[in-house]
Design a protein around this ligand. Structure first.
Ligand code: ADP
Ligand code: ZN
Length: 213
């Protein structure tokens, strides 16, 4: 089974993808994570996209399609979870062609629906464990009082360069202009599975499970 998690920044795509990886042994393909890794390791491409990402703009289709192509041909597992990809119609077309090329197909597109006000609140309060990537929220899931990650015990936490109000405005605008048309695109293909993303982690996880079965 190969699925897309579709939704605005802060919808909970990454969090749910991590749960699906754990429980269903699927493989998470997050273009955001791949691009941040490229920045961390200081590759030419990483340097080129750093500013674009910090502003909240989209990286070129060519770059992210290249990243996905590389992963599709080298990773294996019980299905792929596309997280943060595709984000444009051109990327959606490219994904279809790539999947066909490797003899796979798309099972479902989970659309995670969250109110805009909640997105702003979630993202400006977000931090993650520098070691394992566990996601925390200052209001709803604060870093434990002993300063240790509840998942791995590490003591370093970080905030993303683009998790500030200005970049978030740009990211939301990019989402509505370029990514939200994918909702209609996948609806027309009969692949769209809307899920209420406002519930607890477990509730959303449960709704996704229902949509996958
Ligand atoms: P979020 O969904 O919370 O905004 P991501 O980690 O998915 O965060 O993406 C962070 C940034 O990485 C985006 O704002 C964009 O600059 C870049 N990016 C990630 N995936 C794509 C993509 N498929 N196409 C273009 N840019 C992307
Ligand atoms: Zn951790």
């Amino acid at each position: 089974m190969n699925i897309i998690l579709l939704g605005p920044p802060g919808a909970g795509k990454g969090t749910q993808a991590r749960l699906l990886v754990e429980e269903r042994k699927m493989v998470q393909l997050s273009t955001g994570d791949m691009l941040r890794d490229a920045q961390k390791s200081g590759t030419e491409m990483g340097k080129r996209v750093a500013e674009v990402m910090a502003r909240g703009d989209l990286v070129t289709d060519e770059i992210v399609i290249g990243l996905i192509e590389e992963q599709l041909t080298t990773s294996s597992g019980k299905g792929f979870i596309f997280d943060g990809f595709p984000r444009t119609l051109a990327q959606a077309d490219a994904l279809e062609a790539l999947l066909t090329k490797v003899g796979k197909s798309l099972s479902a597109v989970i659309e995670m629906r969250v109110d805009d006000e909640a997105l702003v609140e979630r993202i400006t309060a977000r931090s993650t464990c520098a070691s394992c990537g566990e996601v925390y929220n200052d209001n709803t899931k604060p870093i434990p009082e002993d300063g240790k990650c509840s998942n791995c015990g590490a003591t370093e936490f970080k905030r993303r360069a683009d998790d500030n109000e200005d970049s978030l405005k740009t990211r939301l605008m990019e989402y509505y202009k370029k990514t939200s048309p994918l909702i209609g695109y996948y609806y027309a293909k009969g692949k769209l599975r809307p899920v209420d993303g406002m519930g607890s982690l477990a509730e959303v996880r449960h709704e996704i499970e229902i949509q996958l079965n």
